[in-house]
Ligand binder design. Sequence first.
Ligand SMILES: *[C@@H]1O[C@H](CO)[C@@H](O)[C@H](O)[C@H]1NC(C)=O
Ligand SMILES: [Zn+2]
Length: 419
Amino acid sequence: MKILLLLVVLGLSRGSFGEKIRFDNHTLYRFVPKNQELVDSLIGLEASGYPGYNFFSPVRGQNTPVNLLVAPDHLDEFKALLELNKVQAELLVPDIQKLIDNEGFRPDSLAGSFDWRTYHTLDEIYSWLRSLSDVYPDHVTIVNGGQSFEGRDILGVKISYTPNNHRHTIFIEANIHAREWITSAVATFIINQLLGNTDPEIRYLAENYDWYIFPVFNPDGFVYSHTTNRLWRKTRQPYSILCVGADPNRNWPYQWMQGGASSFPCSDIYAGPSPLSEPSTLSMSNFINSLGYQIEAYLSIHSFSQMLLLPYGYTTDHLDNYEEMKIIGEQAAYDLSRRYGTQYVVGNTAETIYIATGGSMDWVKHEYEVPVAYTYELRDTGEFGFLLPAEQIIPTGLETMDSIVSIFKSYEILHPRGN
Ligand SMILES: *[C@@H]1O[C@H](CO)[C@@H](O)[C@H](O)[C@H]1NC(C)=O
Ligand SMILES: [Zn+2]
């Protein structure tokens, strides 16, 4: 009872006083579970939302590394668990708060201006999006995808150079997971490239497709990750006295709760009480329905791990046009690597990363038989994880753009435009 009361006090104070949660002496480890018992314990920890542990990478199984942030008051417990299972852990970051303090350093950015030398708030991103429709009135329309639980608009842009392109619509969503800041930075970078880069391949891509790009699919979580908890992942709809939010990428109505998701509200992978329980996923699903079969490509941008993932997350079977997507993806990963040597792994989600169900890409792919569907896991492989330093935004944006050019070049070779 005492413990429960203490937790309630902590939970409420964290939520309501608006102070930034600090992660002093929270330590990031990487280790490789070698036996199924440890794998099962870790999966249990992740699904229960037990405090003190923050999974920076999912538990995939034996012999696949796990990146885990451990709170200082759980360090002894963690070390005992490792010892019991005879596992050595590699210390990646001794004090994650130092990374949080350093990531957003603004050497030469001006407050209120927009660039890719720093990470931006939701307000800054939205005012930049709005400014685009003034600068490019013929090609950019602001689109409102709906509202979040806390009543924020989910804003995106439609980029269109001719009305004939609507059957070739590319949809990009980013930052559905709040803490993955590099993803909205890359989404805005892509918008800027499509509008401003004179490279012929980028011009072709920009002007021969309709683009819908939503840099922040989970605005409530994103704002909370700026104001209060840098490592927040979920939405902000409360589910119990202690726990807030569902994982909006476990909340979509295809194969919902069929694995890799949790029914415990405290877990970071809580699927929600029902599919589309989150106002943000419900309204974005309605928006996607309004485009329907026009969607030729759906790109969902996450971080981190350097992977290009193909549907589906519920099965390791190679379904639909897997073979083609795999070939196009491998070429895209190669073209991405040519700029800075960044190495990506390409494969089916369930095989490459882990079983995960209720993701947006799977639903869109299945619902509208979308020919091109990929989930990006951007830089890095865990050294900085979600706290990728701002100086890596531009390189990450450039290499990602290379891969997008590559995907559609390959796709059009295999499926020449008939018109
Ligand atoms: C972090 O750990 C160091 C070394 O044990 C200690 O001196 C320091 O007070 C700790 N910081 C916080 C905020 O707990
Ligand atoms: Zn993610």
